[in-house]
Write a protein that binds this ligand. Structure first.
Ligand code: MG
Length: 504
């Protein structure tokens, strides 16, 4: 690696040189995973699973090579490293810890189990039959509990799992966070219920659309919102996601249900928010372990920012209006204001991904409570469909009619992503902190989202404060550094109360 404006330290540069084979392997693993989730023929999964398991082992071998470890140790003794150099070291040490603590056989078993589980989940979901997924999930929970032991924790095994997705996040902190939002959200829902419109349907939810025309709208959204389509592509997958393959190659997906276009619309803008974070990382950080976001809380603060504050604003809907009505003749019967109301309906629903901004957090809370008890061994996998449905009834007052819209709805457990969900809600709370500070500095999003120029200003602000740093800072530190504030749920609650007391 060559010295650049952000990375100058000789020991760090030497370490980055040795890191390049690991970087390359990760690049290809990411691409192979994208392929599994988009276009790979179903029967290719076995061979791909084997190849990925071998690649994971190879990555571990490279990390654990003596000369690589000694370069990490040598760099660790350097004085006066800047924030970026320190972060490179911090992330590599985390990787090293992971590989030193998890035995090779375990990683292999785990990779295979999650590959098999992914396919099993897909067909179980299609058939809405939890029974066929149950043995796979049992295996994953068993391996995840083992993983927590290998990785180590101080207070709670779930801490080890949270830490994988969000460095240093603990069960106690997550509980404290949910305790701070549970009551105000329940009160806000009660307020909305009393206004009489709660849970009502909107005619736009029922209107069917043509998938090809909706694809055109998706392209139009990205052309309007983004400034360079040569480094971004969009595809279709059953569970929308964003992936950062490397410099100049960022990919997002969306999905089309055939009706209720706000879902596809919001999914696209959400994933765009993720992609933009990676796209706008500082170019000197390419080919390093910090070139792009690794904190899922910060990542989600970006996707939720675009989805909720820009995508669902009346200003942006008006800006896009001519494209929206091209997607379907019937949409012409609705004004931008009516589409805005449709996109901001508060309604208890069964699917987290389609939830409104208010009830969204209860979906995540349910998942957190279930995961924590699964890891503690207090509940069993076979009882999950009932536990799941009971919690939906308790928190949201509705009950899924089948496993597809209940316990099988999300991809995460099949991937082994246990400990991931809290980042969705905490990231959303972080997005509200960014919003307040951005608006104090450059003006209201409701004004900025009226034009492409204004959207450019939002992108620039986010780049300066957040994106260009890649994974240099953990979420508590970046928010303190950039806003002077400690992370809390205060702005989220204030934002929700202000917006929805106005709408209801
Ligand atoms: Mg997301």
């Amino acid at each position: 690696m060559k010295e650049n404006s952000l990375i100058k330290n000789k020991a760090i540069l030497e370490l980055l040189d040795k890191y390049q084979p690991i970087w390359s392997l990760n690049h290809l693993i990411t691409l192979a995973n994208w392929d599994i989730r988009t276009y790979m023929p179903e029967e290719g999964i076995e061979a791909r699973g084997n190849a990925l398991a071998e690649a994971a082992k190879l990555s571990q071998t490279l990390f654990l090579k003596e000369d690589f470890i000694s370069l990490i140790e040598k760099a660790g003794k350097e004085k006066d490293l800047n924030d970026h150099e320190n972060a490179i070291l911090r992330i590599l040490k985390r990787g090293l810890k992971f590989y030193q603590r998890l035995p090779r056989d375990f990683i292999e078993e785990y990779t295979k189990a999650t590959n098999d589980a992914h396919l099993a989940w897909k067909s179980a979901k299609e058939e809405s039959n939890f029974k066929t997924f149950e043995p796979h999930l049992e295996k994953i929970v068993e391996l995840t509990r083992k993983k927590a032991k290998y990785l180590g924790y101080e207070k709670h095994p779930y801490d080890a799992l949270l830490d994988e997705y969000e460095e240093g996040l603990t069960t106690e902190e997550v509980e404290g966070y949910f305790n701070s939002i549970k009551k105000p959200i329940a009160e806000l829902i009660n307020y909305i219920k009393k206004s009489g419109n709660y849970g009502s349907e909107h005619a736009l939810e029922k209107i069917k659309y043509d998938e090809d025309k909706m694809k055109e709208l998706t392209k139009a959204i990205l052309n309007l919102i983004h400034y360079n389509m040569n480094h971004l592509r969009i595809d279709t997958s059953s569970h929308p996601f964003s992936t950062n393959i490397g410099k100049g190659d960022h990919r997002i997906t969306t999905r089309f249900e055939g009706k209720d276009f706000a879902r596809s619309y919001s999914g696209t803008i959400h994933e765009y928010g993720h992609a933009l974070y990676d796209i706008q990382s500082h170019e000197d950080l390419h080919y390093t372990p910090i070139g792009g976001g690794s904190s899922l809380v910060i990542h989600e603060s970006q996707s939720r920012f675009w989805e909720n504050f820009v995508g669902k604003s009346e200003a942006f809907i008006s800006l896009l209006y001519n494209e929206i009505i091209k997607a379907n003749d019937e949409y012409k019967n609705y004004s931008p204001r009516e589409i805005y109301n449709y996109m901001n309906l508060v309604k208890p629903s069964l699917i987290r991904m389609e939830a409104d901004e208010v009830t969204y957090h209860l979906h995540v809370l349910i998942r957190f409570e279930i995961e924590k008890e699964l890891i503690e061994g207090k509940i069993k996998v076979k009882d999950l469909p009932k536990i799941w449905n009971d919690k939906y009834e308790q928190y949201l007052g509705i009950r899924p009619e089948n496993d597809q819209e209940g316990v099988l709805q999300d991809i995460h457990w099949s991937d082994g992503s246990i400990g991931y969900f809290p980042t969705y809600s905490i990231g959303t709370a972080l997005s509200a902190i960014w919003k307040i500070h951005l608006e104090n500095e450059i003006g209201r999003i409701d004004d900025l989202a009226k034009s492409k120029d204004g959207i450019g200003k939002i992108q620039k602000w986010l780049k300066e404060k957040i994106h260009r740093h890649g994974s240099t800072y953990i979420f508590r530190d970046i928010v303190k550094k950039m806003t002077g504030e400690e992370f809390s749920s205060r702005h989220l609650i204030e934002y929700l109360e202000e917006k929805y007391k106005r709408l209801y």
